[in-house]
Design a protein around this ligand. Structure first.
Ligand code: CP3
Length: 342
């Protein structure tokens, strides 16, 4: 098979032979081959062992007609070397041992060298690139400060971000210090990922939709912009993603990113209008549509492609990650459908 550069071309808004497609969480529990590995290893084991992480990264590339691979890792890995140990607990998700709540907690965090403390991730990148042999490009990623801070402060997943916002509003200096640290570390980590071989990066600000536009500008944008600048300087395409961002998209685009991710709560053409047609867009099918029925899923995908209207710079994806209960056949059928549309 030849080199497939559809994804990278679309990031640069160049013409493509078919709309490129990849899926957030394309490696994971919906795949039997992932569950087989997970039955014998914890999530952190997989992330920390380059051979296992490489194997899992390649599973969807072998099984589904995706136009990009995404590094198998996790947003939260950088918390531990900063001095915020955590674990993934079955049924609960991430659990932070001692959540960050005070000025003193923030003062005790440390900057670290990702090339030392996250060298296993960089080793995975080198291994994946070797194994891919150019079949599809490899995407690296990291979290944005608001999303990372929400886990560090809440101690795990949250629905209202009450503790996060209490710190943000109540102790803005402490908030900015924490986010500034995240920005420095994440910027450096992304540069290290590109040096190791990733060909694009995605910044996940998954939970930033919890903020109003004014609060986004005050509390998140300055830090995310710093990360996006560091990433841009590497020369690889940068994807800037969040969910629940219909009211934030315009501002997110000013923060930076060659490609802006949108979720299903806003029609793709409306989102593109807000972002500006001088940027590429990624999205935006509702992941629950992949549970079926298939004709409903295809209608949803067809609608998105109609709204993209063949304009260069659309990368097909879901609005958020694949759900664990998704049938693999539906993901395969969706990728084929997207490629067959023009
Ligand atoms: O295929 C891919 O997309 C790459 C792998 C990937 C994982 N995490 C592996 C993972 C990526 C890109 C992430 C990023 C990540 N991690 C995000 C941002 C993406 C998003 O969904 O918005 C977030 C918020 C996290 C933090 C995190 N990791 C949570 C909240 C959880 C628990 C929720 C859950 O689904 O269980 C995780 C665990 C996690 N990270 C899994 C995977 C495949 C679950 C797998 C398992 O338990 O085996």
């Amino acid at each position: 098979m030849g080199v497939n550069d559809r994804f990278l071309r679309a990031c640069r808004r160049e013409p493509v032979d078919a709309t490129p497609v990849w899926f957030m969480r394309q490696a994971g529990r919906y795949m039997p081959e992932y569950r087989a590995i997970r039955a014998r290893h914890t999530l952190l084991d997989i992330c920390r062992q380059p051979e296992l992480a490489t194997q899992v990264t390649l599973q969807p590339v072998d099984r589904i007609d995706v136009d990009a691979a995404i590094l198998f890792s996790d947003l939260l890995l950088l918390l531990a070397p900063m001095g915020i140990p955590f674990d993934f607990v079955k049924g609960e998700g991430p659990v932070i041992e001692r959540p960050v709540r005070t000025a003193d907690d923030v003062d005790h965090l440390r900057q670290f060298e990702p090339r030392d403390e996250l060298s296993h991730v960089l080793e995975t990148i080198r291994l994946v690139r070797k194994e891919l042999e150019g079949r599809v490009p490899l995407i690296g990623f990291a979290g944005a400060p608001f999303t990372l801070a929400s886990y560090a402060i809440e101690g795990g997943p949250s629905s209202h971000y009450a503790k996060t916002k209490a710190l943000m509003y109540g102790e803005p200096k402490v908030w900015h210090k924490l986010c500034d640290m995240f920005a420095t570390i994440v910027g450096d980590y992304l540069v290290a990922q590109v040096e190791a071989g990733v060909q694009a990066v995605q910044i996940f600000d998954s939970w930033v939709g919890a903020l109003s536009p004014d609060d986004y500008r005050e509390f998140a944008l300055p830090h995310t912009s710093r990360i996006l600048e560091a990433a841009k300087a590497t020369g690889v395409p940068v994807i800037h993603f969040g969910t629940g961002t219909a009211t934030l998209l315009e501002t997110m685009a000013t923060a930076g990113g060659d490609v802006i991710g949108a979720d299903w709560r806003i029609p793709l053409d409306d989102a593109w209008q807000l972002i500006g047609h001088d940027r590429a867009i990624q999205g935006n099918l509702d992941p629950t549509l992949l549970l079926g029925p298939l004709d409903r899923m295809m209608d949803g995908a067809g609608d998105i492609l109609r709204r993209a209207a063949g304009r260069p710079g659309h990368i097909f994806n879901l609005g958020h990650g694949i759900l664990p209960e998704t049938p693999v056949e539906n993901v395969q059928a969706l990728a084929r459908f997207v490629h067959g549309q023009r």
